[in-house]
Ligand binder design. Structure first.
Ligand SMILES: Cc1cc2nc3c(=O)[nH]c(=O)nc-3n(C[C@H](O)[C@H](O)[C@H](O)COP(=O)(O)OP(=O)(O)OC[C@H]3O[C@@H](n4cnc5c(N)ncnc54)[C@H](O)[C@@H]3O)c2cc1C
Length: 495
């Protein structure tokens, strides 16, 4: 089955090979790190079979990408190790891993293997787009480059060709295209032609992972979230603790209660690294509606709709913002009304001013905020409701909106396992700069930006319960760290 044309953008049209024979297809995997339900991989295999040429998957590990630490790189590489094995064992497709800058490694590989088609997945982030532009310039003129939106249910450029104002303006456009795009995936079969062009690379995964863990050790790995697409499907559908199978029934009621973190899906790490497809999550959620029509009109439908709103509309709105707004992570990217109101109040007196270091160490006078910061630093995933409060308080406690935004993005990207994502930039922009929101009653510091405070949180959930829960989490992580240190020392002594 071929991929819908709307999902594919031609970044470069190549000329026919001088000898008339097409070369292999290479899929440069970046954002969609999975085999299953991956339109970019489906397209690469389809194109290879159509031209009767082999196909390979390549991945480039940048020396530095948006400040990724052990937490992010460990999760990603462990997922890729699993992927490379499955790719070889189940599909007989080779996997090549390069280190350095993709604008150098990818064109070099294409040259060496004489490829005719480069397929890549889609990300709206400027670093990736710049890199692709460079690759387009550097490859020879016989190469065609296709970009496939394998991340959004409705391809970003199909959903809308412009910057959307809010969820309200995008929702209808997405819903209109769902019958066309929210369809089941074909199963991929091993490609007809086998790869014999370059010898398959032997990757020392243990050494590679140990190396990146050493370099990014200031933000250690998390242990509660198993990486890889098998684990991702378990989180979605597992018979013991899966979100759709066991937890959905509380979603719309409890998802804004930080004391009940398991009411959330916990899918964001997998969605961020592309270890699960949002389309798969949506298909499975929708199946529940049709397979249980008797409950569809009662409680289940409310939860499914709430989940689909976050998973599709909100998430795809974030991609829309980052794609069409070049200043997606700065005050310049805010709407005119928001920029004006923030600047009008930039010099308002703040009750507290904290430095980035104080905030990073959770040294504020607000125990609720400190707890959320510690949840992020130690656990690696702050509760969704607390993220809003957390970012808004940074606006209240820093010297101005630009500094607030910079600090929020810095901390979010550094510590959240799902950080460095369009939803993260837009989450910070929503909280601090009113993006996708409306104006509210004017007040000091915030101006017309939506305000949140401690008293409001107290009315909504058990603040002390949340703080106690985070203290427990932090205690467990510190204990484990001490035990690991001790066992490391023992090993050294025993040598
Ligand atoms: C200041 C701030 C920072 C944020 N940073 C990030 C981030 O770095 N990475 C990230 O993935 N999300 C971020 N979010 C959005 C949201 O908080 C998380 O996606 C959510 O908490 C992830 O947990 P979950 O998968 O268990 O959520 P669930 O409620 O189970 O949601 C399911 C999925 O829907 C999507 N989703 C949910 N809420 C939102 C939202 N508000 N905007 C866009 N998509 C959403 C996510 O892909 C999520 O995995 C941020 C929000 C704010 C306010």
């Amino acid at each position: 089955m071929s991929v819908q044309l709307g999902r594919i953008r031609t970044l470069k049209e190549g000329l026919t090979h001088s000898d008339g024979k097409p070369g292999p297809v290479v899929y440069w995997m970046f954002r969609d790190q999975r085999i299953r339900d991956n339109w970019a991989l489906i397209h690469a295999v389809h194109q290879a079979n159509k031209s009767n040429v082999p196909v390979a998957v390549v991945f480039n590990l940048f020396d530095q990408f948006l400040g990724a630490k052990s937490r992010h790189l460990g999760f990603m590489l462990r997922g890729l190790r699993q992927l490379s094995q499955q790719l070889r064992n189940n599909l007989q497709i080779p996997f090549f891993l390069f280190r350095g800058e993709a604008e150098e490694t990818v064109p070099k590989f294409l040259r060496e293997c004489g490829a005719s088609l480069l397929v890549t997945d889609f990300s709206p982030l400027r670093e990736v787009r710049r890199c692709k532009e460079e690759i387009v310039k550097r490859v020879n003129n016989s190469i065609t480059i296709h970009e496939v939106d394998a991340h959004n249910v409705v391809p970003l450029w199909v959903a809308s060709d412009k910057l959307e104002y809010s969820a309200r303006t995008l929702r209808g456009k997405i819903n209109k295209r769902l019958s066309e795009y929210l369809i089941d995936f074909p199963t991929i079969e091993p490609p007809t032609r086998k790869w014999v062009i370059a010898e398959e690379q032997c990757i020392d995964w243990d050494e590679l992972i140990a190396d990146v863990l050493r370099n990014g050790a200031d933000v250690p790995e998390i242990n509660w979230c198993e990486p890889g697409e098998i684990a991702a499907m378990e989180v979605l559908m597992g018979s013991e603790n899966g979100f759709l199978t066991k937890k959905l029934k509380n979603y719309s009621v409890d998802r804004n209660n930080p004391c009940k973190p398991t009411a959330l899906s916990g899918l964001s790490p997998y969605l961020h690294f592309g270890q699960i497809s949002s389309q798969r999550c949506a298909l499975e959620a929708r199946k529940l509606k049709t397979s249980h029509p008797q409950v569809c009109f009662t409680y289940a439908s409310v939860h499914i709709d709430a989940f689909l709103e976050e998973l599709i509309v909100r998430r795809e709105l974030a991609d829309n913002f980052c794609f069409y707004q070049p200043h997606y992570d700065s005050l310049q990217g805010a709407w005119e009304w928001a920029r004006k109101t923030l600047m009008d109040h930039a010099d308002d007196k703040r009750e507290h001013i904290y430095s980035r270091e104080q905030l990073e160490k959770a040294q504020t006078a607000d125990p609720l905020w400190n707890a959320s910061q510690l949840e992020m630093v130690y656990y690696g995933k702050m509760h969704g409701f607390m993220r809003m409060y957390w970012a808004k308080k940074i606006l209240e406690w820093t010297r101005g909106p630009e500094e607030a935004l910079e600090i929020a993005i810095y901390l979010n990207d550094k510590y959240q396992i799902d950080g460095r994502d369009p939803s993260g930039y837009v989450g910070c922009m929503w909280s601090i700069c009113g993006v996708h929101d409306q104006g509210w009653r004017e007040r000091p510091v915030f101006g017309k930006i939506r305000y949140m405070n401690y008293a409001g949180c107290k009315r909504k959930f058990n603040v002390d319960g949340y703080i106690a829960y985070v203290n427990l989490l932090v205690g467990e992580v510190r204990k484990r760290k001490a035990e690991n240190l001790l066992s490391g020392k023992e090993k050294v002594l025993r040598r």
